[in-house]
Design a protein around this ligand. Structure first.
Ligand SMILES: Cc1cc2nc3c(=O)[nH]c(=O)nc-3n(C[C@H](O)[C@H](O)[C@H](O)COP(=O)(O)O)c2cc1C
Length: 222
């Protein structure tokens, strides 16, 4: 081999960061309390979003869009809305679950300083979507795959991501002026972190632990 690296076009490798995919999967955490307030750099965010945008999608529709939110007022407005949704959920809980839930932080909207809202457009690709004609959910699942790509790429960049779903879809749609029929499917808090926890918060706080693979694995029939 000559010392020259052949160009691979779109698939060209970045030299930094380098992390094995299994390592990124193992280290990934939903981050809430560990955001330092340091904004993720634009070039890093672009790499992370590029990874998200490379996700597989039904009929190659790529039904996602990404709204990057950094305006302090918008972050504050959304955080206040989420706090209300959190309070409503807390009130709905029986006393023992309420006690377990109370200390659990469920978002880092303002601390992360960056929200990436992932949307899903069911109209993307027109009326004859190859593969979605039988399973409608495959559209939404495609957007979820973009989110997972984003999440893992962020880990490889040492950037934390926290998924917030404590919101009223109509409120978020109005806040970001998302046009119909596009739907917001996730508010992701993205930012630099002090550390990644080794154990999911919900497990650490006694809300719910992880299932062993053996419980989830079936052979031949469910
Ligand atoms: C669809 C979805 C919605 C979620 N919504 C929230 C949320 O509103 N607030 C929160 O703190 N975590 C949320 N999470 C994060 C989960 O609580 C977290 O992934 C789970 O407890 C496992 O922890 P880990 O991601 O650190 O492995 C969400 C995760 C997913 C996949």
């Amino acid at each position: 081999m000559s010392g020259q690296t052949p160009s691979t076009g779109d698939a060209e490798k970045t030299t930094d960061p380098v992390m094995g995919v299994y390592e990124a999967i193992r280290r990934r955490r939903d981050v809430r309390a560990e955001f330092t307030g340091e904004l993720v750099e634009d070039r890093v965010l672009e790499r992370i979003l590029t990874a998200a945008h490379q996700a597989p999608s039904v009929g190659n529709t790529q039904p996602w869009d990404f709204v990057v939110v950094r305006d302090r007022d918008t972050l504050g407005t959304f955080a206040a809305h989420v706090a209300e949704a959190r309070a409503r959920f807390a009130e709905s809980l029986p006393a023992d679950r309420r006690e377990t839930f109370d200390p659990i932080k469920i978002e880092g909207i303002e601390e992360s300083g960056t929200g990436v809202v992932v949307t899903y457009d069911p109209a993307r690709g027109g009326t004859h979507i190859l593969g979605r004609h039988t399973v409608e959910d495959t559209g939404l699942l495609s957007a979820a795959l973009a989110i997972e790509n984003l999440w893992l790429a962020a880990v490889a960049e040492d950037v934390g991501v926290g998924w917030v779903s404590f919101y009223d879809e109509a409120v978020l749609t109005a806040l970001l002026e998302i046009p119909s029929p596009v739907r917001p499917v996730a508010w992701l808090c993205v930012g630099r972190v002090s550390r990644f926890q080794q154990t999911p918060d919900l497990e650490r706080f006694g809300w719910r632990g992880r299932r062993p693979l053996a419980d989830a694995l079936h052979h031949e029939k469910f």
